[in-house]
Design a protein around this ligand. Structure first.
Ligand code: ADP
Ligand code: MG
Length: 240
């Protein structure tokens, strides 16, 4: 599980996370919603140790992410992360994009890595695109490839940062369907998203971020039906 305890984080004079507390259990799907600049992306980059924190602690399966003794490379294998921007290697085929990390980071043989890659690419509906270069894929296909690439490392956790925000509207659904399938498979996920319908239908809990504070967290019925805080209600009426 992921345990976030009283995490503070500043960029210079700007305090971006102001004492965040959140525990995500195995198999749980937590959606994070909130306005631009509220600290959502920063939280994800702190969870996998891409960013240092100022105080508090983050534990992943009991290992403190920011402890000096923690092997971050080992820890990151457990945590897949997919961003808004497509970040495929343009000179590698889809199959090569997905086998790269298992081969280079885990030292897998080409054959074993390809077996896993084909499995994951089939899972996200890209079995017929193995030999294609990323620039021939639609945005939705590129995001599904990015998800397959993360899954090929057999992570225990997946972090998604607005993975549908750069997509044409007609391509959003296919990526959300992929996330839903992962959730149904029991993957533990934190999804920063602007897709309120997804947050409502797929998450176990929804966290609302406001100016560096997790202003409210609860089951979707509460957040979308009976929000306790005025900021939550204001935000929801602004995105609907
Ligand atoms: P969100 O994802 O909710 O839109 P972010 O976590 O990306 O918010 O950013 C929170 C605040 O931190 C914003 O004001 C942003 O400009 C600032 N910020 C994010 N990353 C950096 C950085 N590397 N250096 C300085 N400021 C940053
Ligand atoms: Mg963000």
């Amino acid at each position: 599980m992921i345990e976030i305890e009283n995490v503070h984080k500043s960029f210079g004079a700007l305090e971006v996370l102001k004492g965040i507390n959140l525990t995500v259990d195995k198999g749980e799907v937590v959606s994070v919603i909130g306005g631009s600049g509220s600290g959502k992306s920063t939280l994800l980059t702190c969870i996998n140790g891409l960013e240092p924190i100022d105080s508090g602690r983050i534990l992943v399966d009991g290992t403190e992410v920011h402890a000096k003794t923690t092997d971050l490379n080992l820890l990151r294998r457990k945590i897949g992360i997919v961003f808004q921007q497509f970040n495929a290697f343009p000179h590698l085929t889809v199959l090569e994009n997905v086998t790269l990390a298992p081969r280079k980071v885990k030292g897998m043989s080409r054959r074993d890595a390809e077996e896993i890659a084909v499995q994951q690419l089939s899972h996200v509906g890209l079995a017929d695109k193995l030999k294609v270069y990323p620039n021939r894929l639609s945005g939705g296909q590129q995001q599904r490839m990015a998800i397959a690439r993360a899954l090929a490392m057999s992570p225990d956790y997946m972090l998604f940062d607005e993975v549908t925000s750069a997509l044409d509207p007609q391509l959003v659904g296919e990526v959300l369907d992929t996330l839903k399938m992962l959730a149904d498979d029991g993957m533990t996920m934190i999804c920063v998203t602007h897709e309120m319908r997804f947050a409502r239908d797929v998450s176990n809990r929804v966290a609302f971020f406001h100016k560096g504070v997790m202003a409210e967290i609860g089951p979707p019925e509460q957040i979308f039906g009976d929000a306790q805080h005025e900021e939550t209600r204001n935000f929801l009426s602004s995105v609907r």
